[in-house]
Design a protein around this ligand. Structure first.
Ligand code: PRP
Length: 191
């Protein structure tokens, strides 16, 4: 049985294959690599959704011949969806950033931006610590329901207005282990 097969009945449509995700991450790494060539860089991954992305993006940056260096990685734990498919609108910081980002080049690594409140919250948190520069990288941009005016510097893929799971993204803590990105069947939300 391949990974994620147990969820097959819940999937309406596969949106991006593992290979397409990998290509999008290579493109993100190339763009970040150009901007921070041979410069120190701090990546702040946003848990839990950006767990896979942060690891794969870090690897892709390490493979660049003249990429950022050294790379420091930390995580922020943020949640606003809880067990629902809709954002509560309240961003809850569950794990703070621990590394000192003062005077550093910082890139926030986020799996998906939807209403933008999560990223806006983290950008404010980071800015309060006076980094040298602050940029944001998202694998998936869902630009239809923005409630916060946030700038995203690096975008992997623009996705349809659907609840997306897989590759670290969950619904009620399930589906994170799907190797691809997918749209859930509407029935899953009424169960
Ligand atoms: C999801 C996702 C992003 C955020 C984006 O996190 O992983 O971090 O919501 O949504 P927004 O732009 O509408 O704020 P969630 O709250 O589900 O926590 P999780 O990553 O731990 O699953």
């Amino acid at each position: 049985m391949s990974p994620g097969n147990e969820y097959e009945a819940d999937i309406e449509e596969m949106l991006y294959s593992a290979q397409e995700i990998a290509q999008a991450i290579e493109n993100l790494a190339a763009a970040i690599g150009r901007d921070y060539a041979r410069q120190p860089l701090v990546l702040i991954g946003v848990l839990k959704g950006a767990l896979c992305l942060t690891a794969d993006l870090t690897r892709a940056l390490i493979r660049l011949p003249a990429g950022p260096s050294p790379i420091t990685v930390d995580f922020a734990g943020v949640s606003s969806y809880g067990t629902s498919s809709r954002s509560s609108g309240r961003v809850c910081l569950e794990k703070n950033i621990e590394v000192n980002i003062s005077g550093q080049n910082v890139v926030i690594v986020e799996d998906i931006i939807d209403n933008g409140l999560t990223l806006a919250h983290l950008q404010t948190l980071c800015r309060s610590r006076h980094p040298k520069s602050l940029r944001s990288c998202v694998l998936l941009d869902k630009p239809y329901n923005r409630r916060a005016d946030v700038t995203v510097h690096y975008v992997g893929l623009t996705v349809p207005d659907a609840f997306i799971v897989g590759y670290g993204l969950d619904y009620q803590e399930k589906y994170r282990n799907l190797p691809y990105l997918a749209k859930l069947r509407p029935q899953v939300f009424s169960e």
